[in-house]
Design a protein around this ligand. Sequence first.
Ligand code: PMP
Length: 679
Amino acid sequence: MKGCFVTATDTEAGKTLVSAGLSCLLEALVLKPVQTGCVQTAEGLRAPDVEAVEGLGGRARALHCYLPPCSPHLACELARERLSVAGLATELRAAAQGETCVLVEGAGGLHVPVNEQESMLDLMQELGLPVLLVVANRLGCLNQALLSIEAVQARGLEVAGLVLNRVVEPECCDPGCGSTASPEDEARILADNVTSLQRLAARRHVPLLADIPYLGQKACAAREELMERLAPAARRVQELLSEPDRRAGESLLDFDRNHLWHPYTSATNPLPVYEVTSTRANRLCLADGRELVDGMSSWWCAVHGYGNERLIAAMTRQAQRMSHVMFGGITHRPAVDLGRRLLEIVPQGLDWLFYADSGSVSVEVSLKMAVQYQQARGRAKRQHFLTPMGGYHGDTQGAMSVCDPVNGMHVLFTGLLPRHYFVERPTCRFDKPFDPQSLEAAKTFLQNKADEIAAVILEPIVQGAGGMWFYHPDYLKGLRELCDAYDILLICDEIATGFGRTGRLFACEWAGITPDIMCLGKALCGGMMTGAVTLATRRVAQGIGQAPTELGGGLLMHGPTFMANPLFCATALASVDELLASPWQERVASLQTWLHEGLAPNAGQPGVRDVRVLGAIGVVETEKPVNMGLLQQFFVDQGVWIRPFDHLVYVMPPFTSPKEDVDRLCGAISSAVRKGLVL
Ligand code: PMP
């Protein structure tokens, strides 16, 4: 849909007059999603705003008409109906089909309710059109206009401009405004509103497009003047309509294809990408208007879905106050508050935090911590790590060196990566009785080489990107015991599993253990931005701290520029609070049931090697590596976002996903299996 949303600072501000004028100038259709205050006639309800637009020579349509002159939510309630923002948006898009420009005219101001939960502002956000704000020029309008601009901009929408409309007769003071000003004072106030608003709105990058004189009932007679005054507003709308073509010749997708690398892709032969323009709840909205049910939570992160108000408010508040400040020699409340909250919920014994700027960096820090700890204790030889095959810990060099050496990138970087030690992947399934034999390899290794090992590092319970494999908690418990026996540290990389994904707040809880060092990231910030944390026990922190001068004097040697970024800390705290306040255990348990029901029928089908579900993770492992491009296209055509790779077609939806959407995700996977797309 192309055009503009016309809203106002208040009711009776003159939206319809402005829409009518612009309709004539732009040959645009005015769409009124809800019209209250209609008049009953023999032919049905008459919508006064539609008549007003038509009276001036414009075109208009009202989608829902009600008699009482009140807010849409109340009019609907009285008519025993309910309108929703999603429903209205769909109807508006349908009504706008074939139009080159539409003007969607709201009802009243921004926060006018559409129903008991949603407002006109939500509708604006849903439509994503630029917003034209009509300001009733009267006493108090500066405040109203600036608050409205801020509210619209806070939703990520563009305020196309302001149109000031004099609603007070020049000679007489508006009795309704409560002003005791004389007519001269009144005139001065109204004139000042124009200059002041121009200046104040410009500071918010919003132009004042028109100042319409008082027309009262004479709008039709003064049509010429109205059109003249509104011409700059019409030009602005036209400018916005043509903006996407500014760089004619190279479309967004062309630029992307010619200049941008995507994760693990070729510059010369990339797979297609899909342009996402917005997100909401558990949906990704594509530029072509399609909406996809999200099955990936943006790689484990968006556990609350998208557009969570608590998270947005926390981030916005923090951005207004202090978005970043170096952490060297400085501290701040967001860092302390998040730290406090995390220490309350992580496995008992973890007591020190290092804020890193991504999951991989938090892994780098964990490795450094372990080596520094061993050095400080006089065990300089302990510079290596032991880890099971099938692990994944990130793409930076240290992290890569402990990723699975076969699936990982070791072949490419053999000369670059330090050599560490690997044992076979935990063979015992999560859902089968524990086989103590699966720990034998680690046991034997440590009997011989423990004095070279600083720490054992692994992902607890779920090996993620290395194969989406779920292993038995007793394996983790056994490794903890082995680490204790050989005085080796245990690092648990909870970056993917943390914050409820496996059905426990942290996957370590399945084994009832506390690692010496733990990495958290991804869902920590609810998918709002990057950030991670490496936690350590007091023993580790103090051990490092006691190193002699020749071994660094006990300083932990890491310090990223964006360490403890306040925006991240404040948002992460809101995300943790949101999770803890939600019925996340029930949600994850339901997701587990729905995923199991939906995916289990694929077991034993041609091309399928295994089907497994744990918490809010569902996996179909295939016999052969999948054709990623083909399958991705198929899923998009089915209206779901699932990104398969290697032998894995898997989903980990936001915890807030409703059953019907989880059914759609599973249905799309089953249909791909049935159609032989994984063969
Ligand atoms: N560890 C694990 C278990 C992960 O899944 C990931 C990310 N896929 C990382 C580390 C790396 O995190 P990031 O991508 O934020 O660097």
